[in-house]
Design a protein around this ligand. Structure first.
Ligand code: ATP
Ligand code: MG
Length: 450
């Protein structure tokens, strides 16, 4: 069933039930209060009659009853054998209404010849000491006509309201489901064209549907971004690989032509081919590394003391670097849940950059906080211009392509570092001033060992 129809049916059904319950209650409450107030009025009349009868007056019982006779009905005295002894009536016909004796006061609604009567009876003691019933019977047909009218008014009102309701709930359903329909249409367009359409949000009502459309738009923007990043990566990667391949290809052709006669060309060609192919090897290794780091499985992580790992990595690199590495750490034990090879790789990437892009010494600092550990790699090198700082973590991005080419970079190091940090639920930040140096700070969650 469509959402629109469901909304229409459910709202109509709930409101119909509520309407019927309310109107039926109104009808019965009105009917009961009308009858009760009538009974109270008649009881009053009877009490007054009893008082008058008990008075020592000259008037006979018939006269008293006649005096208290109501506008349409009768008043009578009934003995223990259910026989009416004295009666005063407005219409002779009422005399045939069956009489009934009871020791207690009673009230009831009776029907006689299609008319409705309310009867109230109270017991009293006669002059000769016997108990009799004083009864008043009133024709309340007019009152019941009113109650009946009310019934029909309520029935018609219910029917009219139901009709209006079913029409408005139809509009309501359409109104509520309209944005969803638009969302579905946009999704269909996206599916058909493979495009990244967004849903137009016309007004800023902060309802769930607007929120849903906004979430959808955000999702589309992210998809679009990640798709274009991927596209960019593929084209960059193929371009990066194409350059060394072209160089190798042209030198091979040169070799084929002149190689045998010209030893100088032979020498140059072999050197260039060797350097280009090792660059290509490095590039493919890095690319593979990037793909592999996505496969780190959570259960490959181990809880280890990172202090000796950091120290060992620094020592190992110090031998290969000409720059001095200053290491500062006050703790001897910091336990963390890490994938050790990736963690070491992260340090190597940052230290390798610090080495490549500076001529001065490098500083490594480990700082322990309450819940995290920060590792800072500080250099006093060429720095990174402000506008490039946001991009250095992107795949294949290099600040200065010609310069980086000389230093042999592929532009993948920092993107691998970022991925590793993310896989350890951490964060990597960069502070740098062009010409003065850079500081890369890796912050990772700590593990409390008791
Ligand atoms: N410490 C640094 N000082 C100055 N520039 C830096 C530093 N670290 C990174 N960069 C800049 O950011 C760019 C991206 O760095 P990244 O490590 O990702 O690539 P790369 O060093 O060029 O190549 P590789 O993949 O071999 O690491 C570098 O090309 C360089 O321009
Ligand atoms: Mg690098």
């Amino acid at each position: 069933m469509r959402l629109r129809r469901r909304i229409q049916l459910s709202t109509t059904a709930v409101l119909i039930v509520l309407l019927i319950i309310t109107n039926t209650s109104i009808y019965f409450i009105f009917k009961n209060t009308t009858i009760t107030s009538e009974i109270n009025r008649l009881t009053n009349t009877l009490n007054n009659t009893v008082m008058e009868l008990n008075k020592d007056s000259n008037s006979s019982m018939e006269q008293v009853l006649q005096a208290y006779l109501i506008s349409d009905g009768m008043i009578r005295i009934v003995d223990r054998h259910n026989n009416p002894t004295i009666q005063a009536t407005t219409t002779k016909d009422y005399l045939h209404i069956q009489s009934k004796y009871d020791d207690d006061q009673f009230e009831k609604v009776i029907q006689y010849k299609g008319y409705i009567f309310v009867m109230v009876s109270i017991p009293m003691i006669n002059e000769n000491g016997t108990i009799i019933n004083l009864q008043v019977i009133e024709n309340v047909d007019v009152l019941f006509d009113n109650i009946n009218d009310l019934k029909w008014v309520l029935v018609y009102a219910t029917i009219i309201v139901i009709i209006i309701l079913s029409l408005t709930s139809r509009l309501l359903g359409r109104w509520i489901s309209f944005p969803i329909q638009r969302l579905t249409e946009t999704m269909n367009v996206i599916e058909k064209n493979g495009s990244y359409e967004k849903i137009a949000i016309t007004h800023d009502t902060k309802d769930e549907l607007t929120e849903m459309a906004m979430t959808f738009n955000r999702m589309i923007i992210r998809l679009e971004k990640s798709y274009s990043k991927q596209e960019q990566f593929v084209s960059d990667a193929s371009h990066e690989l194409k350059t060394p391949l072209t160089v190798i290809d042209s030198y091979v052709k040169l070799l084929k032509r002149w190689g045998k006669e010209r030893p100088d060309i032979l020498e140059e060609a072999i050197n260039t081919i060797a350097s280009e192919s090792s660059r290509m090897k490095y590039l493919t290794e890095q690319l593979l590394q990037l793909a592999k780091s996505e496969e780190i499985i959570e259960n490959e992580k181990e809880t280890v003391n990172i202090v000796p790992i950091v120290e060992k990595t620094i020592q190992r690199l110090q031998q290969a670097f000409q720059h001095e590495i200053h290491y500062k750490n006050e703790q001897c034990e910091i336990h963390m849940n890490i994938h050790e090879p990736s963690f070491v790789q992260l340090l190597v990437i940052l230290l390798d950059n610090a080495k490549k892009y500076s001529d001065h010494h490098i500083r490594v600092e480990v700082k322990e906080w309450k819940e995290t550990v920060s590792i800072l790699v500080v250099d006093k090198g060429i720095g990174i211009p402000l506008e490039a700082q946001a991009q250095v973590f992107d795949r294949l991005y290099r600040v200065d392509k010609t310069r980086s080419r000389k230093t042999g970079g592929s532009g993948l190091g920092l993107s691998i570092a970022k991925r590793i940090v993310e896989q350890h639920d951490g964060d990597i930040t960069l502070e740098s001033v062009e010409g003065k140096g850079s500081t890369f700070t890796v912050t990772l969650p700590k593990l409390e060992v008791k």
